[in-house]
Design a protein around this ligand. Structure first.
Ligand code: GDP
Length: 440
C-alpha cells in the first residue's frame, strides 16, 4: 500500500549513509526529499509542513549515538514522528452495559460502509459479542440486499424494512429489535452520497439524534487520499465522530489519508480495511504502520497472523526462532507451505522486514514457489538449518540438483539471511528495528 512512499524514504536515508554526523545541511537535504515524498503520497500540506518541522527539530536535538549512523538515526526519528502523527493508538471500541451498544457508520457512497459493517460484525461476533446490523442505507437500491447477503454469510441478523424511505424510523426499530433479540451491539449502516451535501448530513444527523449512538465512526476510502481527509473534516463538523475506519489500504492508496486523518480531524483511526474479504479488517496500530511505511516490515502483525492460523505452540516456537536467529530454511519452507495454503501470500510477504518494499512488480505465483521449494529441497538438512555453510561448490551442487542457476541459489540464500537477521533484531525488540538498517 505504501510502496512508493517507502521507496522514497529508503532512497533518502541511503543518501545519508556514510556521512559522519548529522548536520543542519544534511538534515535539510533529507527533509526536502521527505517533504516531496509525503506530498506525492497525498498527505495534507499543512501536516507535511508541521511533520518536517518536528523531524528537523528532533534531529538537531538528537545526540549522535556512537553505534548509529546518521541514516539510522534519521530513520528512528522519522519513525517516531510518524508514529506520533498517526497516534496515539486508540482502537478500542467503547461498549456500554447493559447494551445494546449502538455503533453508527457514516461515510460517502462507495467508501465501503456496508462491507465494513459486516467485517466489524464478524469481528465482534468472533470476540463473543452478539451483533445485529441495521440496513439504514435506503438510498442505494441494492444496499439492503447487500447487507442481508453479508449477514447470511457471517450468520449475523440483519434488520431491514423494504417499505419505507424513512431512515430514522428504520434505525429506531432496528435498535428496538436488537434489544428484543438479546443482541448486545447494533451496527447502523447509514446512507452515503457521492459528495458531502446537506441532505446527507441532515439524514445522518437525524439518525444520530434518534438513536444516540455510543460510537460514531466515519468510513473513509483511503484511495481518494486528501479528498478522504477533507470529507472526514466535514463529517466531523456535523457529527461528533469517535473515530475513523480507513478502507482500501490494500489497494493503490498512496497512503496520505492514513498519515493525515488524525492530524486533520483530531479523531483516531480505529480500524483499517485491507481487502474485500470479510476478515480483512484490522486494528490500527500507528507504530506498526510507521514501520510498514519505512519498509521495515511488520513482524508483530506477521506473528499475530501466524498465531491466528497456526497452533499457538508452533507460532511461539517460530517467534522464538526468529528472535534467536535460528530460523532455518526448513522452517521457512514449512511456513511457506502453510502461507500458501492460507492464500493471501503477497499480503503476508509485505509484512516481512526487508521484503515488503522489494515486492513491487513481483508476482509470486505457484511457479516461483515451486522454484524456491526445489532449491531448498536440494539442500541437506544441515545446509537448511545453517545456510552460512553454503560455499560455492555446495551452491553449484544445489543449483544442478534443482535445475536453476547458481545465482538463483545465492540470491535466495542472501535474501533469507538478510531477513533472518532483521527478524532477529525486530522480534527481540532491541533497537526498534534500527539494527535491521545495517549498511545505511
Ligand atoms: P458503501 O457504498 O459505502 O456501502 O460501499 P460498499 O461497502 O458497497 O463498498 C464499495 C466497494 O468497495 C465494494 O466493491 C467493496 O468490496 C469494496 N471495499 C470495501 N472495503 C474494501 C477494502 O478494505 N479493500 C478493498 N480492496 N475493497 C474494499
Amino acid at each position: 500500500m505504501f510502496e512508493s512512499l517507502t521507496d522514497k524514504f529508503n532512497t533518502t536515508f541511503k543518501k545519508l549513509s556514510g556521512r559522519g554526523r548529522i548536520t543542519e545541511a544534511n538534515v535539510s537535504d533529507a527533509m526536502n526529499e521527505v517533504r516531496k515524498a509525503l506530498l506525492e503520497a497525498d498527505v495534507n500540506y499543512k501536516v507535511v509542513k508541521q511533520f518536517c518541522k518536528d523531524v528537523k527539530q528532533a534531529a538537531m536535538g538528537a545526540e549522535v549515538i556512537n553505534s548509529l549512523k546518521p541514516g539510522q538515526l534519521m530513520v528512528k526519528i522519522v519513525q517516531d514522528e510518524l508514529t506520533k502523527l498517526m497516534g496515539p493508538e486508540d482502537s478500542n471500541i467503547f461498549f456500554v452495559s447493559p447494551g445494546p451498544t449502538v455503533i453508527l457508520l457514516a461515510g460517502l457512497q462507495g467508501s465501503g460502509k456496508t462491507t465494513t459493517a459486516a467485517k466489524l460484525a464478524y469481528r465482534l461476533k468472533k470476540e463473543g459479542r452478539k451483533p445485529m446490523m441495521v440496513a439504514v442505507d435506503l438510498q442505494r437500491p441494492a444496499a439492503i440486499q447487500q447487507l442481508q447477503t453479508l449477514g447470511e454469510q457471517i450468520e449475523v441478523p440483519v434488520h431491514c424494512d423494504f417499505d419505507t424511505k424513512d431512515a430514522v424510523k428504520v434505525s429506531k426499530s432496528g435498535v428496538k429489535e436488537a434489544k428484543k433479540a438479546g443482541c448486545d451491539t447494533v451496527i447502523l449502516d447509514t446512507a452515503g452520497r457521492l459528495h458531502v451535501d446537506d441532505e446527507l448530513m441532515t439524514e445522518v444527523s437525524n439518525v444520530a439524534k434518534a438513536t444516540s449512538p455510543h460510537q460514531i465512526y466515519l468510513v473513509c476510502d483511503a484511495m481518494i487520499g486528501q479528498d478522504a481527509v477533507n470529507s472526514a473534516k466535514e463529517f466531523n463538523n456535523r457529527l461528533e465522530l469517535d473515530g475513523v475506519i480507513l478502507t482500501k489500504l490494500d489497494g493503490d492508496a498512496r497512503g496520505g489519508a492514513a498519515l493525515s486523518v488524525k492530524a486533520v480531524t483530531g479523531k483516531p483511526v480505529k480500524f483499517i480495511g485491507l481487502g474485500e474479504k470479510i476478515d480483512n479488517l484490522e486494528h490500527f496500530h500507528p507504530d506498526r504502520m510507521a514501520s510498514r511505511i519505512l519498509g521495515m516490515g511488520d513482524v508483530i502483525t506477521l506473528v499475530e497472523k501466524a498465531q491466528e492460523q497456526f497452533d499457538e505452540k508452533e507460532a511461539e516456537k517460530m517467534q522464538n526462532k526468529m528472535a534467536k536467529g535460528t530460523f532455518g530454511l526448513d522452517d521457512f519452507l514449512k511456513q511457506m507451505a502453510k502461507i500458501r495454503k492460507m492464500g493471501g501470500l503477497m499480503s503476508m510477504l509485505k509484512l516481512m522486514p526487508g521484503i515488503g518494499n522489494k515486492l513491487e512488480g513481483l508476482n509470486m505465483d505457484d511457479k516461483e514457489f515451486n522454484r524456491i521449494e526445489g532449491i531448498i529441497h536440494s539442500m541437506t538438512p544441515a545446509e537448511r538449518s545453517e545456510p552460512d555453510m553454503l560455499n560455492p561448490s555446495r551452491r553449484r551442487r544445489i543449483a544442478a540438483g534443482s535445475g536453476v542457476n547458481v545465482t538463483d541459489v545465492a540470491g535466495l540464500v542472501k535474501q533469507f539471511r538478510q531477513s533472518r537477521e532483521m527478524m532477529k533484531m525486530m522480534a527481540s525488540g532491541g533497537g526498534g528495528g534500527l539494527g535491521a538498517m545495517k549498511g545505511m
